[in-house]
Write a protein of this length. Structure first.
Length: 279
């Protein structure tokens, strides 16, 4: 069954700035939003089980969906044991507190390529996920690690790679349209381009579009990939966010759509209102 497409900002809404994550969740319905990503990119800021349970209770009360963006400082293809072990721990910490908070999936920039082939990197990511999932299962924590479409060519995470790894047990994936735009020379400028991507996903596994973890933003890029995020309407960005919404609607995409624009919920509301207007 296809879930509805829920929209939310990456991080606590500006409307709840300085009030904390629980208040941020409670602020979402007042903004017309029904999702939020917990930004653990600089570290897990929910420190206790009790605080995580408060967040989960607020999520349940407001009937919103949560996801997590794990630490930026993760490389599951690290070339020596110390940074690899540290990466696994950071991902586990993000998944544990995210899961206790009610987050359904944990987006992660999984690995850098270095000089390794795709299959060997995939195996290392799978091994790390398996060890983390075993711990989460022992603690009866339900969430899924979601390797993300990568924003730089030096990173593991093409569309085929992330879709393939999500065929494995208890692993999901995250589609970042800003990253796709940046690594394809800025090609997401019209609806046909978005349709092509969604058709590729649908062809690979028709279930993926029924409950897809999406990230999106305006973006600038170089030949190496993403440079920095912008608002949707920034003159620096060529990603056509209206065409993206139209394609989501036509393909009946379900899931959670997180906007990672600097303006936080301003762009989320803009996108959701346009998407809703297409009915």
């Amino acid at each position: 069954m296809t879930r509805k497409l829920s929209f939310g900002p990456a991080g606590i809404p500006a409307a709840a700035k300085g009030k904390g994550v629980v208040e941020g969740v409670h602020a979402l319905p007042k903004l017309g939003l029904d999702a939020m990503e917990l930004e653990f990119v600089q570290g897990v800021y929910i420190k206790t089980n009790e605080k995580a349970e408060e967040v989960n209770a607020a999520r349940t009360q407001e009937n919103v969906r949560l996801s997590v963006h794990a630490s930026y400082y993760i490389n599951l293809n690290a070339q020596s044991p110390e940074p690899y072990d540290a990466s696994v721990k950071r991902l586990y910490d993000s998944a544990r507190m995210g899961g206790l908070s009610g987050a359904e999936s944990i987006a992660v920039h999984a690995a850098f390529r270095h000089q390794n082939d795709s299959a060997s990197i995939k195996k290392r990511i799978m091994d790390a996920c398996a060890s983390i999932n075993e711990k989460l299962s022992d603690e009866k924590i339900k969430t899924k690690i979601a390797p993300e479409y990568a924003g730089k060519h030096a990173q593991w995470g093409t569309l085929e790679e992330v879709m393939e790894i999500a065929q494995e047990k208890d692993i999901s994936w995250c589609m970042d349209f800003g990253h796709y735009h940046a690594t394809h020379g800025g090609n997401l400028t019209n609806k046909d381009a978005f349709d092509t991507v969604l058709a590729q996903i649908e062809k690979f596994d028709s279930n993926y579009l029924k409950d897809l973890h999406i990230q999106c933003c305006g973006i600038t890029f170089t030949e190496k990939g993403e440079r920095y995020h912008t608002s949707f309407d920034s003159p620096e960005s060529t990603l056509n966010w209206k065409a993206m919404a139209e394609s989501f609607k036509e393909f009946k995409v379900g899931g959670i759509c997180i906007t990672e624009c600097p303006g936080q919920e301003k762009d989320t509301v803009l996108l959701k209102n346009y998407y809703d207007s297409l009915d």
